[in-house]
Design a protein around this ligand. Structure first.
Ligand SMILES: *[C@@H]1O[C@H](CO)[C@@H](O)[C@H](O)[C@H]1NC(C)=O
Ligand SMILES: *[C@@H]1O[C@H](CO)[C@@H](O)[C@H](O)[C@H]1NC(C)=O
Ligand SMILES: *[C@@H]1O[C@H](CO)[C@@H](O)[C@H](O)[C@H]1NC(C)=O
Ligand SMILES: *[C@@H]1O[C@H](CO)[C@@H](O)[C@H](O)[C@H]1NC(C)=O
Ligand SMILES: *[C@@H]1O[C@H](CO)[C@@H](O)[C@H](O)[C@H]1NC(C)=O
Ligand SMILES: *[C@@H]1O[C@H](CO)[C@@H](O)[C@H](O)[C@H]1NC(C)=O
Ligand SMILES: *[C@@H]1O[C@H](CO)[C@@H](O)[C@H](O)[C@H]1NC(C)=O
Ligand SMILES: *[C@@H]1O[C@H](CO)[C@@H](O)[C@H](O)[C@H]1NC(C)=O
Ligand SMILES: *[C@@H]1O[C@H](CO)[C@@H](O)[C@H](O)[C@H]1NC(C)=O
Ligand SMILES: *[C@@H]1O[C@H](CO)[C@@H](O)[C@H](O)[C@H]1NC(C)=O
Ligand SMILES: *[C@@H]1O[C@H](CO)[C@@H](O)[C@H](O)[C@H]1NC(C)=O
Length: 562
């Protein structure tokens, strides 16, 4: 059994891999991984506090597979924390048991126990990632998933010479669970992070020493594929490389129409593949990541830095700094997102639902609820259609599958209780929200349109929404209140970006469409962990179809009990 990494890429400094792109087709393979959840000291970072890791690695091991493979990951929990792992962006057809969000599709893996996630990778290829899906533990428990095209299949863009994973993260100098606990006690946002990281390292701008800098060695005159993942908990990030443009070719494991840009914008949960030409004078060039925030909120605005280093250039050469959009560059963000388009080729068509069976309109709001255990008797909270989601005590999928009553209700409203001027003047009065474990029931194979509308309840803010079990098409987005007549007329139903996480613009809206052909219980939530914890989440119960292979598969025998 491969321990963590089958390609011997467990290197600290340079990670390259070259795959046999021209070999003969073979049958789908079985890939096995062992993930040991362990608490380890990661001394190369700013402090000596132990962190939760997989196999002692930070970031964790990369899962390598090909489209069509079956993957088994035996997760064994040696830590004192409950654990569950989510395979972010994998569709898990009929197989919610392997999806991973704690108390949604499974109970956590307790200390000393194991659970084997068993899934097929069907109809997907590209970059995804895995992460802990319980409380804030994903701060240190995450890694890349690289799905290569089927054996003998080329990328639909120039074949890169080499490739590398770039994982952007967010780092606290304290145990993240303590950070969250302190926030919850106050009823306020917890401390913002202390650093951002690139492949687990903050770079020379952080108070830590320069040796904690990731460097990628490149040869001049080649094309490199970077698989960029935003694993940060709460920050949307810009990423740029000094003097090197990037060509975006894929987002969330879906090919795009290529376009060239000096910087990318990437929200927590999202992935972006770019091609980089090493066509500059041999030297050292900084790669940088820093947050995008265009709402009046305080964040950790520190940059993480890494180095693109041409072969043969000594470490004594001072790297060149990149140009990166200003932290509040709304214009860049909107323009960048508007350039994203599905490839929509004969081999990779964009199957956008043209007719909609179910129209949903969800408002995103912040609020203040009573909290008897909080210092001031109140706590900040978040809601969808004015409902703050309450976590159940057993998995929703089990409750649904075994028809256990009293765990959730299926009366989540299709519309907000009261229409109002969502993005008008800030609303500060009457901000309480209703509590409930309420979900929406969706008929099998119906086409769904969901408008996610930001509001000015307390403040406007950008929210990256992630749907489990599906990709969706982002058919439109805009600033202000969604106007059903004029905005729907402008939808892109031809080649909209297809993804699993969409950034709802600050004080704006995003419209997504998907076909509900995957039966199960699928979590949908803001991928800012701060807001998920405050209740900005719900789930879809997608009913079984009548045909063969259209119902939820039976649960695996080792599914963790509650
Ligand atoms: C981590 O390092 C600290 C200080 O060096 C030490 O006291 C502690 O035992 C270490 N913990 C682990 C899990 O290795
Ligand atoms: C998972 O790993 C644990 C710990 O090594 C082992 O005891 C268990 O048998 C493994 N489970 C499977 C299905 O291989
Ligand atoms: C994966 O595919 C194989 C072969 O088609 C099938 O037997 C198995 O049930 C599938 N596993 C899951 C978890 O869907
Ligand atoms: C939060 O930040 C404050 C001020 O820097 C610090 O005193 C406190 O210890 C931090 N709390 C945690 C849980 O890290
Ligand atoms: C508690 O309320 C006081 C007065 O409104 C305010 O100044 C303080 O910041 C609040 N503290 C917390 C922790 O909410
Ligand atoms: C990057 O793209 C910009 C805009 O298209 C262009 O002006 C610039 O010359 C390009 N830079 C490099 C290094 O190719
Ligand atoms: C980052 O935040 C600090 C403190 O809030 C502020 O002084 C600084 O100007 C900010 N930097 C940028 C680049 O916005
Ligand atoms: C909503 O509020 C904005 C800002 O205050 C205002 O410009 C707009 O006219 C309002 N819209 C409606 C329909 O009242
Ligand atoms: C949300 O629900 C609470 C409790 O029912 C109510 O007090 C509040 O007015 C509602 N807010 C909105 C914006 O609908
Ligand atoms: C789902 O609906 C679409 C459009 O009506 C249809 O083409 C497709 O065959 C249906 N799929 C299933 C599994 O019923
Ligand atoms: C771990 O999960 C179990 C099952 O849900 C729960 O009973 C227990 O309280 C949890 N333990 C901790 C430390 O959260």
């Amino acid at each position: 059994m491969a321990k963590g990494n089958t390609h011997g890429l467990d290197c600290l400094f340079l990670c390259f891999c070259l795959f046999g792109l021209f070999s003969v087709p073979v049958k789908a393979a079985l890939k096995k991984y062992q993930f040991d959840i362990q608490v380890k000291n990661v001394s190369r970072l700013c402090h000596a506090k132990p962190i939760v890791t997989v196999n002692g690695m930070f970031p964790g091991p990369t899962i390598y597979a090909r489209e069509g493979d079956r993957v088994l990951v035996n997760v064994t929990n040696y830590a004192r924390y409950n654990m569950s792992i989510h395979w972010h962006g994998l569709k898990q057809y009929r197989n919610g048991w392997a999806d991973g969000p704690a108390y949604i599709t499974q109970c956590p893996i307790k200390t000393g126990k194991s659970y084997t996630y068993d899934f097929n990778i069907t109809g997907q290829r590209g970059t995804l990632w895995w992460h802990a899906h319980i409380f804030w533990l994903r701060a240190t428990v995450y890694g890349a998933i690289v799905i290569l095209p089927k054996q003998g299949t080329l990328f639909p863009f120039p074949q890169p010479y080499r490739e590398a994973n770039i994982l952007l993260g967010e780092w606290w100098n304290n145990d993240v669970e303590d950070v969250v606990k302190q926030g919850n006690k106050l009823g306020l946002p917890p401390n913002t992070s202390d650093a951002h990281t690139i492949n687990g390292k903050p770079g020379p701008l952080s108070p830590c020493s320069e040796k904690h800098t990731f460097a990628l060695e490149v040869e001049q005159g080649k094309t490199y594929l970077l698989r960029i993942i935003n694993a940060a908990l709460n920050d949307e990030l810009f990423f740029a490389i000094a003097e090197h443009n990037m060509t975006v070719v894929e987002i969330d494991a879906v090919y795009t129409k290529p376009f060239t840009t000096q910087a990318i914008l990437i929200a927590p949960g999202q992935t972006t593949n770019v091609l980089v030409q090493t066509n500059q004078a041999p030297g050292r060039y900084f790669m940088a990541a820093r947050p995008f925030m265009d709402a009046p909120l305080s964040i950790d605005n520190k940059s993480a830095m890494a180095i693109l280093q041409y072969k043969g250039i000594p470490n004594s050469v001072i790297p060149i700094l990149p140009q990166i959009p200003a932290p509040d560059d709304t214009e860049f963000a909107l323009t960048y997102n508007s350039k994203l388009r599905s490839l929509n080729s004969p081999a990779f068509p964009a199957t956008v639902p043209l007719k909609v069976d179910r129209h949903l309109f969800y408002t995103i709001g912040l609020g203040i609820n009573q909290c008897l255990t909080c210092l001031n008797g109140t706590r900040l909270t978040a809601s969808l259609n004015n409902i703050t989601f309450v976590m159940p005590r057993i998995g929703l999928l089990q409750a649904h599958y075994y028809n256990i009553k009293g765990v959730f209700t299926t009366d989540f409203p299709d519309r907000p209780p009261m229409p109002f001027n969502y993005t008008g003047a800030p609303l500060t009065a009457n901000l309480g929200t209703t509590l409930g474990t309420r979900v929406s029931k969706i008929a099998f194979n119906s086409s769904v349109e969901l408008i996610l509308q930001d509001t000015n309840l307390l403040t406007v803010e950008s929210h990256p929404f992630h749907l489990h079990g599906y990709n969706f098409f982002v058919v439109g987005s805009g600033i202000g209140n969604f106007d059903p007549k004029s905005d729907r007329a402008k939808f892109n139903l031809v080649d909209p970006p297809e993804r699993n996480t969409v950034g709802v613009p600050t004080g704006g809206w995003a419209a997504i469409r998907f076909r509900a052909d995957n039966p199960g219980v699928w979590f949908m939530h803001c991928h800012l962990e701060l807001h998920t914890g405050w209740g900005l989440k719900t789930a879809f119960v997608v009913e079984n179809g009548k045909g063969r292979d259209q119902s939820i598969s039976p649960p695996p025998k080792d599914l963790p009990p509650c």
